[in-house]
Write a protein that binds this ligand. Structure first.
Ligand code: C5P
Length: 237
């Protein structure tokens, strides 16, 4: 499959059209952004690591019956995906309190959330991705009630697959963000699953192994991502 035109340049990935209108190529760049794109840095190897990481996780999810846009790995930094009609609402599940939940509610970081929480955020950098609810999403036409129900079902189904997977590697899946789109009328998991869009802590030491290393200036960002991948059995070289 060949890259044709650049369709969209996101903060960490570029999307290209292909000769087949149903398929796109995602290119993972080394760019790393935080705070709604206010801080951007290049981190060597990150595009390659996240592309391979994402492919590995999407394959696991597909094997568990979760529909994903992934088709194939194309190169170290590129993959072929189905072209979805993206729903502009992000789904976040939290198993442990961290990040914006801690800031918003003043709760202690690290407390276990039973049951896990589910939140929706509007994808809009200029507005800093505000939290929204289902009635906003329906009223503004971002998604139908049926689509929202399916997004919620699939987001929790992902937890059932990934919590045990990361636990086997000695890690806690603290929280994660998913994006969905529609393909032939079906709600399908899109975008990516990588340490850029989730929080992962070492189970024993609670060391952060995700993008919080970048947000908090802790260093060793790509090294941590590779360590997570290796603990799950991925190979990067
Ligand atoms: O910042 P917050 O605590 O709400 O983030 C929850 C989870 O969603 C984190 O794992 C974070 O990396 C992810 N997230 C994301 N993209 C955003 C917002 C949050 O990947 N725009």
């Amino acid at each position: 499959m060949q890259k044709l035109d650049e369709l969209y340049r996101g903060k960490a990935k570029t999307v290209f059209t292909t000769e087949n209108p149903d398929y796109l190529i995602l290119q993972f760049r080394d760019d790393t952004s935080a705070f709604d794109g206010e801080r951007i840095e290049q981190l060597a190897r990150k595009g390659m690591v996240n592309n391979k990481f994402n492919f590995f996780i999407m394959e696991k999810l597909a094997a568990a019956g979760i529909p994903t846009q992934m088709e194939s790995l194309l190169s170290d930094t590129e993959c072929v995906v189905k072209k979805l009609d993206m729903i502009p609402v992000e789904c976040v599940v939290r198993n442990i309190a961290a990040g914006s939940l801690v800031r918003r509610l003043g709760v202690e970081e690290g407390i276990t959330l039973t049951p896990p929480t589910f939140e929706l955020f509007l994808k809009n950098d200029a507005l800093h991705d505000p939290m929204v609810n289902e009635s906003h999403a329906v009223a503004f036409g971002w998604a139908t009630e049926a689509q929202l129900a399916e997004m919620k079902r699939l987001t929790f189904a992902v937890n059932e697959v990934l919590q045990p997977l990361f636990a086997e590697g000695g890690m806690l899946l603290v929280d994660y963000k998913l994006e969905f789109g529609v393909f032939n009328g079906q709600v399908v998991l899109g975008d990516e699953f990588s340490p850029d869009g989730c929080r992962l802590w070492d189970k024993e030491t609670r060391t952060k192994l995700d993008k919080d290393r970048f947000r908090q200036g802790l260093g060793g960002v790509v090294e941590a991502y590779e360590e997570v991948g290796k603990r799950l059995g991925m190979q990067f070289d």
